[in-house]
Design a protein around this ligand. Sequence first.
Ligand code: PLP
Length: 284
Amino acid sequence: MSRTVYVNGDYLPEEEAKVSIFDRGFLMADGVYEVTSVLGGKLIDFAGHARRLARSLNELDMKAPLTEDELLEIHRELVARNELVDGMIYLQVTRGAADRDFAFPVDAEPTVVLFTQSKPGLADNPVAKTGIKVISIPDIRWGRRDIKTVQLLYPSMGKMMAKKAGADDAWLVEDGKVTEGTSNNAYIVKGGKIITRQLGNEILHGITRAAVLRCAREAQMEVEERAFTIEEAQAADEAFITSASAFVMPVVEIDGATLGDGKPGRVAARLREIYLDEMRKAAV
Ligand code: PLP
């Protein structure tokens, strides 16, 4: 079935949707994006994603093309038109089309594209019961990873390196410390304490990260925001990742070293449950 997508004000069948070959997203990766999960036909933490989009646009001196209310309306319309129950909505905003030049165009209209991905049973992903394996690779991305840009080549390459090594994902390492996963934030648990890298320009400020840490603190779990090494992670009691589409996903192996008994840990399982419960209640 062909999806209905949104392009610059129009709802169209995906085959008819077009953007210019001069779009700076295509020519220069001059654009940002957001991914919001949908569970039971409702948007998970939409306000968080809208807030981060505004920040990403602002950091790149790009105009906000639509208000938060207009964006919410488009998200809901796409859910309805595509009869989306569980899945994701991708929102891409670029600086727009202009004759090729390194200098930003002054009058280009931003390009806005939204599309859905259906993932039936997204919250019941069986991998949450077995966990994922990660490898470590050097973090050679640019220095503003706090901006959610469409420059995803190295994360894609990292994912392929992981697959080639028989793993599911890669954790990126800079100056001896883990920054984050290719498309998720990284955590370890030691002695009941949840440890994850502090916010900064080195990592994306995960919307799921913010909600999960809030849930953890509300449940009286101890949280420490600091960087950790791969060796410390390998010696941890458990590890996990978070992202808008994976929620809380246990990690059971790091660079070939099995964590604990090789099964997902209790802290990750509990956080996944609390997070999904809270988010479903607040979904819009
Ligand atoms: N870090 C990176 C590099 C990401 O690409 C993502 C999500 O795509 C995340 C972290 C997790 O962010 P969020 O929880 O907002 O999905």
